[in-house]
Design a protein around this ligand. Structure first.
Ligand SMILES: *[C@@H]1O[C@H](CO)[C@@H](O)[C@H](O)[C@H]1NC(C)=O
Ligand SMILES: *[C@@H]1O[C@H](CO)[C@@H](O)[C@H](O)[C@H]1NC(C)=O
Ligand SMILES: *[C@@H]1O[C@H](CO)[C@@H](O)[C@H](O)[C@H]1NC(C)=O
Ligand SMILES: CC(=O)N[C@H]1CO[C@H](CO)[C@@H](O)[C@@H]1O
Length: 414
């Protein structure tokens, strides 16, 4: 992790604070000259003693760094884990951290299993949820990898079902989640930071039009999906629409909820699949923010990732891939798995079963590389952690201003 990135963010934070306090200063010179918090004070995060993180696999950080637990696939380079580290909120022996995010969780499950388990009076909670409500992974299946490959074009149907859920169900589900979460943060400073999603595809040229990531061969030629410009734009628009609903729900939820939108940064940094001129697959392209099936991060154990490791927890993102794959394998025993012609995979090779967890598991037949596709790499989580920290600093500045105003009112009253 480059410390220079952190310093850049701090500079950005300074600029924001200076800009906002300059405004207030002009407004009320006298009161603020003695009361404006120094930037030193605003960058002191020691008051944050109760931190929580809920949500789906994007909050769990599926695949990024070292795995922290089995049943929810939380990872140590996830943005919540980064925030809790000395690099972001600082080392603080008094800070508690409830990391409850879980791969596969819908907003309903986040409310039922995670929010209900949170402590009261939290200073900060981060949340990522909504993608599983509308079936973003189903789109990934039917329109991209086709782990389950049906005989006809299932992508268009999946797209229209997702559109309908984004319109009709998502807004209500997001508000329900936020109403459940709000009482968990402290009345005074407590704030919820809701992180969105990022559009997955570059749309600047047609280089990807002839690319299919369909995993079965020969598979059904008629059903094979391609990463055409039109498709990429549609799938991006879907992520945009989800982010828009999140932004609306956050605004509706009031002062203590902040939307953290990292999508534009991923686009600006050309961190998506099919960026201009990129011939996919390009799993280890410098600057790619998402995992492809053969992406290797610094520190990854390639041997382990190339084999089928443990089975996967029921209900997780990974278990969907496992079930789709198995279903096609059952229906078409003669088809071979593997997106690249030169490396067909023998399903199930090298699998180790963990006896203590059988029952909650789904058989995992593929190399472990596949467990994290379409999720953010550590650089993506670093970006989100930086943006959340900037928002925390901004919120602190606003709260400090509010305290000064309160005091002013008190002085006038007295
Ligand atoms: C990498 O993974 C393999 C297979 O799981 C294991 O045998 C090996 O010890 C690991 N290497 C390191 C450096 O952890
Ligand atoms: C695949 O699915 C079949 C039928 O649903 C099931 O009997 C079988 O155990 C599954 N195989 C694996 C490896 O999970
Ligand atoms: C609220 O936040 C400010 C920093 O913005 C901090 O100085 C203060 O101690 C916090 N109050 C509580 C109750 O945590
Ligand atoms: C996943 C989830 O929570 N879905 C719910 C969203 O809201 C609708 C009602 O509008 C419910 O029917 C879904 O179960």
């Amino acid at each position: 992790m480059a410390p220079s990135l952190r310093i850049c963010t701090l500079l950005l934070a300074f600029t924001t604070i200076f800009a906002s306090s300059a405004l207030v200063l002009a407004w009320d010179q006298a009161v603020l000259s003695s009361e404006t918090p120094s930037e030193q004070a605003l960058l002191d995060y020691s008051w944050i003693q109760k931190l929580g993180a809920v949500g789906d696999s994007y909050a769990a950080g599926l695949g990024a760094g070292k795995r922290l637990d089995w049943s929810c696939s939380r990872y140590d380079h996830s943005y919540p884990a980064l925030l809790h580290s000395s690099l972001f909120l600082g080392a603080n022996p008094y800070r508690s951290f409830q990391f409850l995010a879980c791969s596969g969780a819908t907003s309903e499950e986040v409310v039922a299993k995670q929010i209900s388990a949170l402590d009261d009076d939290l200073d900060i909670v981060t949340v990522s949820a909504g993608g599983n409500d509308v079936g973003l992974s189903i789109i990934m299946n039917h329109c991209i990898y086709q782990f389950f490959m049906s005989n006809q074009d299932a992508c268009e149907n999946a797209l229209s079902e997702t559109w309908s859920k984004i319109e009709n169900e998502l807004p209500g589900n997001l508000t329900t989640l936020l109403e459940a979460l709000k009482p968990k943060v402290s009345k005074r400073n407590g704030t919820i930071y809701y992180t969105g999603y990022a559009r997955f595809f570059g749309t600047d040229d047609n280089t990807c039009d002839s690319i299919t990531w369909a995993v079965w061969s020969p598979g059904s030629e008629a059903a094979k999906q391609y990463l055409t410009l039109g498709r990429r734009k549609t799938m991006n628009a879907m992520v945009d629409a989800v982010n828009k609903r999140i932004k609306d729900a956050v605004e509706k939820a009031g002062d203590h909820v902040v939307f953290v939108d990292y999508d534009d940064y991923v686009a600006e940094n050309k961190g998506r699949y099919c960026e201009a001129g990129v011939m996919e697959p390009a799993p280890n392209r410098l600057g790619l923010y998402f995992y492809e099936w053969k992406t290797v991060d610094t520190g990854d154990n390639t041997t382990a990732l190339s084999r089928a490791g443990d089975d996967v927890p029921k209900g997780s993102f990974e278990s969907e891939i496992a079930e789709w794959t198995n279903r096609t394998h059952q229906e078409h025993p003669d088809w071979k798995f593997g997106p690249e012609d030169d490396e067909k995979i023998v399903l199930g090779a090298g699998k180790e079963r963990s006896s203590e967890i059988i029952g909650d598991t789904v058989s995992w037949l593929l190399p472990d590389f596949w467990k994290r596709v379409f999720h953010l790499r550590p650089a993506g989580h670093l970006l989100i952690a930086n943006l959340v920290l900037d928002k925390i600093t901004e919120t602190s500045a606003k709260l400090a201003e509010a305290r000064v105003l309160e005091e002013e009112v008190f002085l006038i009253d007295a």
